[in-house]
Ligand binder design. Structure first.
Ligand SMILES: C[S@@+](CC[C@H](N)C(=O)[O-])C[C@H]1O[C@@H](n2cnc3c(N)ncnc32)[C@H](O)[C@@H]1O
Length: 242
């Protein structure tokens, strides 16, 4: 029998695969996709100072958009929110573009152009979105600190706060086939949402497991503090505090 993944971890409501996501697609039962795939732009950092990143400066699957498009085609009928770059072709079926405004946190960009880049694109595909129409298409959120300052665990790590905004707009179990260090998973845990994530590189997968485990522990702690036991509930009710 062929095992379609190298490892599988279950943490609370989250199922995490160390795998090439294409090998688990037929097995996952999910309601929506929120993902930050390899953009298809051959990204390479010339400013890397972090050892992990120096060891493998390229992102797997980033040579072109074929991998992203193959995975998205599989979930064409589901609501999908997908990070991307204007430098690559947009996915087929894009219905709207959200702009992630990094709020004045400026990237390097081309040094001969007199404007520094400060935003990324997020593509809206499919149907079945939920939630209120409470904002425009520009989402403001500071990025995660650079690796040089030891803030980021992955060169393309996305802020959990931004991912929470996205997860709130899709139903049910959320799938991130390119989860990196698991930021979408952490957002799902914080919102009490089931999550399925896949990452092909073990060094990132291990960090994702740890972050999602930690987020679940924090959630459990919070529940212990917030939810009184049945007896405590009775006591509180008697004392009139409940
Ligand atoms: C842009 S990064 C995602 C970063 C993530 N948003 C975070 O905050 O950590 C894309 C990830 O997809 C992974 N990847 C590339 N090809 C893959 C494949 N075939 N299956 C699963 N993961 C893959 C890369 O190793 C990389 O970590």
């Amino acid at each position: 029998m062929i095992t379609p993944y190298f490892r599988r971890e279950t943490i609370g409501n989250c199922t995490l695969y160390l795998a090439d996501c294409r090998s688990v697609l037929p097995d996952v039962e999910i309601d929506a996709v929120v993902t930050d795939p390899p953009f298809g732009i051959g990204y390479r950092s010339n400013y890397a100072t972090d050892e992990l990143w120096k060891a493998g400066r390229r992102i797997a699957g980033d040579e072109c958009t074929a991998l992203r498009d193959q995975v998205l085609a599989y979930f064409a009928t589901k609501p999908c929110l997908v990070f991307g770059s204007w430098k690559a072709a947009r996915p087929a079926g894009t219905r709207q573009i959200l702009i992630w405004d990094k709020g004045g946190a400026l990237g390097m960009g081309a040094l001969d152009i007199p404007w520094k880049p400060d935003h990324e694109e997020i593509y809206v595909l499919g149907k079945g979105f939920i939630g209120r129409r409470d904002s425009g298409s520009v989402l403001k959120c500071p990025p995660v600190q650079s690796m040089a300052k030891n803030g980021r665990l992955h060169p393309n790590q996305k802020p959990v706060r931004l991912l929470r905004e996205l997860v709130r707009k899709v139903p049910g179990t959320v799938f991130d086939p390119f989860m990196g260090v698991g930021s979408t998973g952490v957002a799902c845990v914080e919102l009490g949402r089931p999550f399925v994530g896949v990452e092909v590189e073990e060094r990132f997968f291990d960090i994702a497991c740890e972050r999602i485990r930690e987020a679940s522990r924090q959630g459990d702690l919070l529940n212990e503090i917030v939810e009184p036991t049945a007896d405590e509930g009775d006591e509180l009710a008697k004392s009139g505090a409940a």
